[in-house]
Design a protein around this ligand. Sequence first.
Ligand SMILES: [Zn+2]
Ligand SMILES: [Zn+2]
Length: 364
Amino acid sequence: MPANVARESLMSKFKAHYKKNNHPLTPEFVIAHAVPMFFFTIVGTWVIGIADVLPTIYRDKGPTTVLLQRLFVSFLFAEMMMNWLCIRYVDSSYSHYKKSGQGHSIDVEGQGDGKGKTSVENNENGSRTPQTAGLRERFVKPSSMDFSGSASKDKTGGKTVKYPYWSWCPCFQCDVMRPPRCHHCALCNTCILKRDHHCYFAGTCVGWRNLRHFVIFCLWATLACSYALVHALYYIYHYFWFRISYLDFMPPLTVLRMMLGYTSPIVVIYMSVTCFLFYFAFLSASFLLEHTMMIKNGMTSFEHDNLNRKKIEIIDNRPLSGRLQSVFGLNWGLSIFLPLHNVYPPTEDPLLWPTIKVQRHTSE
Ligand SMILES: [Zn+2]
Ligand SMILES: [Zn+2]
């Protein structure tokens, strides 16, 4: 199966890279443990906070304060989890877009007669619209993917056909022509519209429809993790210090200490959750900052990481409100609190990108 071959090829590249650099976190390890680690930290923080930390810290302020604190923390938890579920289940794939009957699409499968030709023409915007026939017969998968575009070899003459980044180009795994900014994810095994990145903690790709949930999740996660960390450190300093040692701030050592009988399982859970909270607070804040800048500049992280901006520049001249609406839809302020992706979808066309101008600095 071509899709399996592509996935294995990507995995073998990852493996070679990690082996060469002696990286302890292999891709398999990350894929298998990211979602359980996220759940352990977030659900653990909420349960420990509600059941122990908040009642202990606010005991002297009365039951109303404890109740309000519990409600506030539960609200942060609910907003986070709602957006996490939306990242995971709001589908940004090109196949979903075509199935839902939005806009227009070009499906190559079944059209080929083995003799057809593929041509790509410029439209007035500079993006390109394909006319395809016989794609599967005419092209073979390129040996390596060039992220600044993709190159395909004509089977008959060995002629290389180059597709610039901002163009429709063939996906050999999905067997379709895909629009600009749409990229294939080997882990999701599908083409994702306006692909941003693959989120290991949600186990899916972030793209055209669910990018808003990712950014809003990062916003709530930054607030929630910071709030939890302040309380966790206060709680440890005032109520937990006598039960732990400095070594317990390193979870593997805490586990070892528990196995040797120096500490209890509750210390392992509390200290692991606290250490992971540091990690998630830093991660969500940095993602929030990074994606705020991306939306302001009208780019995706895929483009930020992979495009040679000396050669190609993506220019979005809309005012800031237009760029916010292109991700969060109309009434974007309301989307911070409610998942309104069906009511207010992103305002940009994920196939034609009429508001984006692409500037090439060198000839291709
Ligand atoms: Zn694909
Ligand atoms: Zn993916």
